[in-house]
Each structure stands twice: as structure tokens, then as C-alpha cells.
Design a protein around this ligand. Structure first.
Ligand code: SF4
Ligand code: SF4
Length: 398
């Protein structure tokens, strides 16, 4: 498996489990409800017990066969905490048992919108060793532009509720559960330094920046204008100037790839595929939530936990392929390709040429990579810099 060739995954080591398929928020950029896919409408709200049991079995058999040293089981939604403490606790314990018995270390995380974090929930998560990543888009102004309650609900913006949840998570008793913050970049949300500082104020172990999901046919507003790139350059400078207390996988990955040619731990860049698979609440298997931006059903692999083992899923048509040879000619000939990797797969899609395009965020990615490489080249970053190991971050949406 080389970055020069086409890369097909041989095994998964991250299982993204849609434990609950609905949400108590209605974010306007939501990758589940606001893109092209409508499959969520037909799915059970909470993953039924029969699906959970079969899934745990499938994970166990896959881990036994491939022997990864560590496996992540990430609880997603919708809002996964809506599944309730009994389902979360029971599923997590069973998944941990299956992974451990198969010979790997199990890492359990939940990616939450943070509005339902209270002491009872955190005690459940603590008891079961489940870490928490929280979605936060910065200060109140930035966050509440997009992350709002459903129309007609008594709640408008969700910033105050998320802040209350984070205040609990930051207490010494729960602090070890804090996996990090996930921030969707909006160049119109205000000064990047203000947004970055609002995230850093929570003292997260990691901050993950992501770009709104979109394609060439249905791009996010301002995608490709360079506005996202300029915003991220300024956020990078703020991160560096303020001492890099939190890990930022996007920035660290660009630095490490530029310096060492190391693999990326950010979903936004890199030539090697994330070894992740998504299991919907009805047991259907999806490649990645970001493909919901492409077309109705585009994310679906075509199998379920009842019909397919995870090994069988890897041989289905449509399994992600990465590496330079899998990219379009523009990207193959691009001097930044070894770092950029043409970005997230969904961001490349267009009606005429399928995935054979550069990223719709090409200009933004090249700006950011160029900015960081220019800083590296100017000798401004002489401090020892660790290669990213893919740990310590909030889980990114898959
Ligand atoms: S919290 Fe997440 S799942 Fe819920 S509406 Fe917002 S983006 Fe969608
Ligand atoms: S998306 Fe743009 S910057 Fe990235 S590899 Fe392709 S051409 Fe280069």
C-alpha cells in the first residue's frame, strides 16, 4: 500500500455507530438532514437491540481477523446521547468486551452536540470510560449562526446550553473524558482569532476544524473563493502564537506531512484513506457521512451488518480508494498533492466527472498548505514538532 499507487483499505479500525438517528438541534449545515441524502427518514430512531448485537459480533470477528492494536468505536447520530443511558452503557460495554477479547485495545468515544451533557450522563460515560467530543463553532455569535434548535422550538441558539455542558465536562472529575472540540469553519463567523480563542478558552485537548460538506454541484457558500483558506491561515497563526496548547489535527497533519511525509490524521487532507466505516441505526453500512452531500444514497455501501461481514464490505464496489493514481490529472500533477491528497472525497464530486476533480476547496487548501509551508521554510517554526499519532482529538464527523 503506497501513496503513489491506488490504495484500497484492507481493514477497518474505526467504527462510527449511529446509535440514534435524530437530533434535538437543527443546524443549517447538518450533514445528516440538510444534504442530498434522505435515508435518515426511514431509519429507526434508536438502533434496535438486534442490530447492536449483530454489530458487536461483526466488530469482534473483524478485529480477531486483522489484529489491529487499537480500535475506536465512535457513537454518533443525530445526537447519540438521545439513545439514553441504558442503550449507551449496554452497547459500549458489549463493544469494549468484543474488541478486548479479540486482542485489541478499545477506545470508546461519543461525538455530541453538548446540549444534553449533565451530571447523570457524565457519570454514565465515566463508568464506561467513554470520552466525549463536543461540537462548538466558537463564540456565541459564531456558534449560533448555524447551530440552532428546530424552528418553532423554545430554544434559539444552542451556545448557552453547550457552554453549560462544557463547564461540567471541564470539572476535575470529568476532565479526563474530554476528547476535544469540533468546529465547522465559517469565514463569515467573525475574526478567526476570536473564534479560536473562544474554543481554546475551554482548554480542550484537541480542536478539529472541518469544512462544510459540499460538492462542485452543491458547494457550501464561499467554497473555493479562498475565504476558508484565509480564515484557516489566520486561525493557524493564532494557534501558533498562543502556544499550541490544544492539538489541531489539520494543522499538525500539514506540518508533519510537509516535514516528514507522515500520514495525515485529519479527514480533510492526505493520500491515505481513513480506516473508518459507518453503521446506520438500521444496520446499513455507509462509507462516510460526507458522501451525503453527493446524492441520495451515495454514502451507502450496499450491505448491512446482517448481510455482510466487514471484510465482505471492503470488497464492495465504491470502497474508498486513495493514493495519487486514484486522483484526477490536475491533482496528480499538483506540487502539493503529497500533503493535500485532493482533500475529502465528497468535496471532489461533480456531476460530469464523478470524483475525478480537485477538491471544491482546492484554493482554500492550497492557501493553507502554502501558508504553513512558507512559515516552515522561513524558519519561524524551529520548536521540536511531534509527528501526529491520530490520538487525542475529538472524533470528526464521518
Ligand atoms: S447537532 Fe449534529 S446531527 Fe444535530 S442537527 Fe447539528 S450537525 Fe446535525
Ligand atoms: S485539490 Fe488542489 S491543492 Fe489539492 S492536490 Fe488537487 S490541485 Fe492540488
Amino acid at each position: 500500500m503506497t501513496p503513489e499507487g491506488r490504495v484500497r483499505l484492507r481493514a477497518f479500525d474505526q467504527f462510527v455507530v449511529k446509535l440514534h438517528s435524530r437530533c434535538n438541534l437543527a443546524c443549517d449545515y447538518c450533514y445528516v438532514y440538510e444534504l442530498r441524502d434522505t435515508g435518515w427518514r426511514e431509519r429507526p430512531r434508536t438502533m434496535p437491540e438486534a442490530v447492536r448485537e449483530r454489530l458487536v459480533q461483526r466488530v469482534g470477528e473483524h478485529v480477531r481477523r486483522h489484529r489491529p492494536s487499537r480500535v475506536q468505536v465512535a457513537l454518533h447520530g443525530g445526537e447519540p446521547l438521545l439513545a439514553g443511558p441504558d442503550v449507551i452503557a449496554g452497547f459500549s460495554a458489549a463493544a469494549r468486551r468484543a474488541v478486548t477479547l479479540a486482542g485489541a485495545e478499545a477506545e470508546l468515544v461519543v461525538q455530541s452536540n453538548g446540549t444534553l451533557l449533565d451530571e447523570a450522563v457524565l457519570e454514565t460515560l465515566l463508568r464506561h470510560g467513554i470520552r466525549v467530543g463536543v461540537s462548538l463553532d466558537g463564540d456565541e455569535r459564531a456558534h449560533d449562526r448555524h447551530r440552532r434548535g428546530p424552528a418553532g422550538s423554545r430554544h434559539g441558539g444552542s451556545h448557552a446550553r453547550v457552554s453549560a455542558g462544557l463547564a461540567l465536562l471541564e470539572r476535575p472529575r470529568y476532565r479526563g473524558l474530554f476528547a476535544g472540540l469540533l468546529c465547522v469553519v465559517d469565514p463569515e463567523a467573525g475574526d478567526p482569532a476570536v473564534v479560536f480563542d473562544a474554543l481554546a478558552d475551554h482548554d480542550p485537548p484537541a480542536i478539529d476544524f472541518t469544512l462544510p460538506y459540499g460538492t462542485w454541484d452543491h458547494p457550501a457558500p464561499l467554497a473555493g473563493s479562498g475565504a476558508y483558506g484565509a480564515w484557516l491561515c489566520a486561525a493557524f497563526d493564532r494557534w501558533w502564537q498562543t502556544g499550541r496548547a490544544a492539538r489541531v489535527r489539520l494543522f499538525e497533519s500539514i506540518m508533519a506531512q510537509s516535514l516528514f511525509g507522515a500520514g495525515s490524521s485529519s479527514e480533510l487532507i492526505g493520500l491515505l484513506p481513513a480506516a473508518a466505516v459507518v453503521i446506520e441505526s438500521d444496520g446499513a453500512i455507509s462509507w462516510s457521512g460526507s458522501l451525503n452531500a453527493v446524492a441520495d444514497g451515495a454514502a451507502h455501501a450496499g450491505g448491512t451488518v446482517f448481510s455482510h461481514s466487514f471484510d465482505a464490505v471492503l470488497s464492495l464496489p465504491g470502497a474508498p480508494e486513495h493514493g495519487v493514481a486514484a486522483l484526477c490529472r490536475t491533482c496528480r500533477e499538483c506540487p502539493l498533492v503529497s500533503v493535500c491528497g485532493a482533500g475529502l472525497r465528497a468535496h471532489r464530486h461533480g456531476r460530469r466527472r464523478g470524483f475525478a476533480n480537485p477538491s471544491v476547496y482546492c484554493r482554500d487548501l492550497s492557501l493553507l498548505i502554502g501558508h504553513i509551508q512558507q512559515k516552515l521554510g522561513s524558519g519561524g517554526f524551529s520548536a521540536a514538532f511531534p509527528e501526529p499519532d491520530g490520538t487525542g482529538g475529538a472524533d470528526q464527523r464521518r
